[in-house]
Design a protein around this ligand. Structure first.
Ligand code: IMP
Length: 184
């Protein structure tokens, strides 16, 4: 696993913030919660690309109930560290969602804009239930309120990287989560 003591991406320095071990312990717990809450409901997990791909892959290996997996892809941030404010769908879900128990899987909820967009889009398919799992939540930054049923870690309002999360598309391959170092 690639876990350097610090890393520079596009001129910004990042230092370790949440370790592999902390992530794995938390995901194992979340998997058990999902097994209990969705037993006999045959849920469909929908990962929001690209950021959720590593979290979803690890989470799935802790879920033991029968379930399906699919993906959606949204556009929004471009290469910046601040949300552009516009969200569009780049890839839709292939499966039929009517009457299904949908579990949306995100890497991070920041302003809440993307998740609100996703939830509105999912509601148009008339699912039996709609829940959100996010690995990270920047509570202070969330200006569009979202009901988050499963949160891995509440984090401060600072830019983070690794374990699927990128900065200008780089850093997704880091094995743990890093936080931007504030310039003195
Ligand atoms: P929101 O729409 O502002 O909630 O932003 C959600 C999306 O922005 C996430 O799915 C991420 O792709 C991206 N994002 C927000 N904060 C960060 C961060 O700290 N690091 C990397 N990506 C982030």
């Amino acid at each position: 696993m690639f876990t350097p003591d610090s890393i520079e991406v596009q001129g910004e320095r990042f230092t370790p913030f949440i370790t592999q071990e902390q992530i794995s312990t938390r995901i194992s717990f979340m998997g058990k919660q999902l097994d209990k809450d969705f037993a006999n409901l045959n849920p469909i997990f929908i990962g929001v690309l690209n950021g959720s791909f590593i979290f979803l892959a690890d989470l799935m290996r802790h879920v033991q109930i029968p379930c399906e997996v699919d993906f959606v892809k949204l556009s929004s941030y471009g290469d910046k560290k601040v949300s552009s404010g516009n969200v569009t769908t780049l890839k839709k879900v292939d499966a039929r969602l009517e009457g299904r128990h949908i579990i949306l899987v995100e890497d991070i909820v920041d302003t809440g804009l993307s998740m609100n967009y996703m939830l509105d889009e999912m509601r148009t398919h008339h699912p039996a239930s709609l829940s959100v799992v996010t690995l990270l939540h920047k509570k202070e930054a969330t200006v569009h309120p979202v009901d988050l049923a499963y949160v891995g870690f509440e984090i401060p309002n600072a830019f983070v990287l690794g374990y699927g999360l990128d900065y200008a598309q780089y850093g997704r391959n880091l094995g743990q989560i890093y936080i931007v170092e504030n310039k003195k």
